[in-house]
Write a new protein. Structure first.
Length: 461
């Protein structure tokens, strides 16, 4: 077999391949055997029809077509290996010549992984938020904990903000009660903003047994987006009571004996959380700086496929689960279709560049992934997926995704190398040392996944 490679642009090549006809023998034999099993000819047992009879009855062209289709993947793979290129996606194959008994010739155009030069990245400098926990942060954290231990008790008075009311609802559009517009025994905290616009004003001041009618635009259901006349009836009013902030509360809500100890623990937890956020921010900004530093030719077909995948996953998976259409999602986001397309393209480009650059760094720095690192990554991915480690591992193996996980860890290690080489300072001008972060690689892997993953979750405002 002869093959030649022509570079069409930095991300696409054309392979020209010539195959002597004798190299099609195995595929021709397989074609005759397959046709033998599919057809019947009077006077011959099934599977025992001679080749010449198949040629006469069904045409030599049908046999050649079957043989070529069988042989092409093998010859294409040999040509790719010989050209020493890394194909991306499926090739566009064109049979240029097929002479029975003489020659098979074809061309295959395919996107390839571009050659990337990684420049010196040790000069990267980025600024991150400083780690600062204020007394206000502590008070907010303790207050949130206090709210979790709130209790309710029935009261015989008009409902006020902060009270929990039990209500019945009925929604009408154009005078007709909606099929899904009736709800009974709904518990609602006045002022929470968790139900319909206007409901807080309607129920405030009502006692048990009282009712009111108001107009509100429906946020979901069969008449989503339409104005409805909503009747709300209060069946019970309960006051929320939060425990006093004292040592007794500390003992109730935690393992600590005093409120001071509880607040000290809250400070430690918030500091750890902010340090994690700072490290993630550093990794994200170093990655952005690295991407700006490296020239990455963009394969057009790969980019198109990535954009379509991201749009499909958003529209049919994430938004579908939330009961939202793409148009409604864009309306909630305050975005036009053109803005959404531009954002999706930018995200897709960043994901592709991230993969290419970090994969090149893995090779350049000769990074490898240990079994321990792979296991740790698998456990984290299993936890985030809601599956047990055994179930997740089985799914990964059955889906042939082991190398994908290895790649995720390796890219995380590559990003960690760049972060360690970069100069990171906080907004106060102090140098941030991330070298003691034990989970640095896993945190970096998460940052990389967020940039690369086409299933990144939609955030609805």
């Amino acid at each position: 077999m002869k093959s030649a490679v022509e570079t069409l642009n930095p991300t696409r090549v054309r392979l020209t391949v010539e195959v002597p006809f004798e190299e099609l023998k195995d595929s021709l034999d397989a074609a005759y055997k397959k046709i033998n099993q599919q057809v019947t000819v009077k006077g011959f047992r099934k599977g025992k029809i001679p080749a010449r009879v198949i040629d006469q009855r069904f045409g030599r062209g049908a046999v050649l077509e079957e043989a070529v289709n069988d042989a092409l993947p093998k010859f294409y793979t040999e040509a790719v290996n010989g050209a020493e290129v890394t194909p991306l996606g499926q090739p566009e194959v064109d049979i240029t010549e097929l002479k029975d008994g003489e020659l098979l010739a074809f061309t295959a155009e395919v996107d390839i992984r571009p050659t990337i030069e990684i420049p010196d990245y040790s000069g990267i400098e980025i600024t991150v938020d400083s780690v600062e926990v204020t007394d206000e942060d502590i008070e907010k954290s303790v207050e949130q904990l206090r709210e979790r231990f709130a209790s309710t008790s029935p009261v015989e008075r008009a409902a006020a903000e902060g009270d929990v009311v039990t209500i019945d609802l009925e929604a009408k559009v154009d005078g007709e009660v909606l099929p899904d517009g009736v709800a009974e025994g709904v518990s609602y905290t006045i002022g929470s903003g968790e139900l319909l616009d206007g409901i807080d004003e309607a129920v405030t001041g009502l006692e048990a047994g009282g009712e009111a009618t108001f107009t509100s635009q429906l946020k979901g259901g069969s008449a989503e987006g339409k104005d409805a006349e909503v009747t709300v009836k209060v069946t019970a009013v309960a006051a929320r009571e939060v425990p006093a902030l004292d040592d007794d509360f500390a003992q109730l809500a935690s393992e600590f004996d005093t409120l001071d100890e509880l607040k000290a623990d809250a400070r430690t937890r918030l500091e750890n959380q902010k340090q994690f956020e700072q490290a993630t921010q550093a990794q994200e900004r170093v990655l952005d700086a690295l991407i700006e530093l490296v020239d990455v030719p963009m394969p057009e077909k790969l980019l198109e496929d990535e954009i379509n995948t991201r749009k499909h996953n958003l529209e049919h998976h994430q938004l579908g689960q939330m009961g939202l259409s793409l148009d409604k999602f864009l309306e909630l986001q305050g975005k036009t279709a053109e803005e959404f397309q531009a954002e999706t393209e930018a995200q897709a480009k960043k994901g592709i560049k991230t993969q290419f650059i970090l994969d090149e760094l893995v090779a350049k720095e000769k990074l490898s992934v240990s079994q321990e690192e792979l296991t740790e990554h698998l456990l984290r991915r299993a936890a985030s997926s809601g599956m047990s480690p055994d179930q997740f591992a089985q799914a990964v193996v059955e889906g042939g995704q082991v190398q994908m996980l290895v790649g995720e860890v390796a890219r995380g290690k590559a990003l960690a190398v760049v972060v360690e080489a970069a100069k990171v300072v906080d907004t106060k001008g102090e140098v941030v040392d991330l070298s003691e972060d034990e989970d640095e690689v896993e945190e970096a892997a998460e940052v990389v996944e967020a940039a690369v993953d086409a299933d990144a979750e939609a955030e609805v405002k």
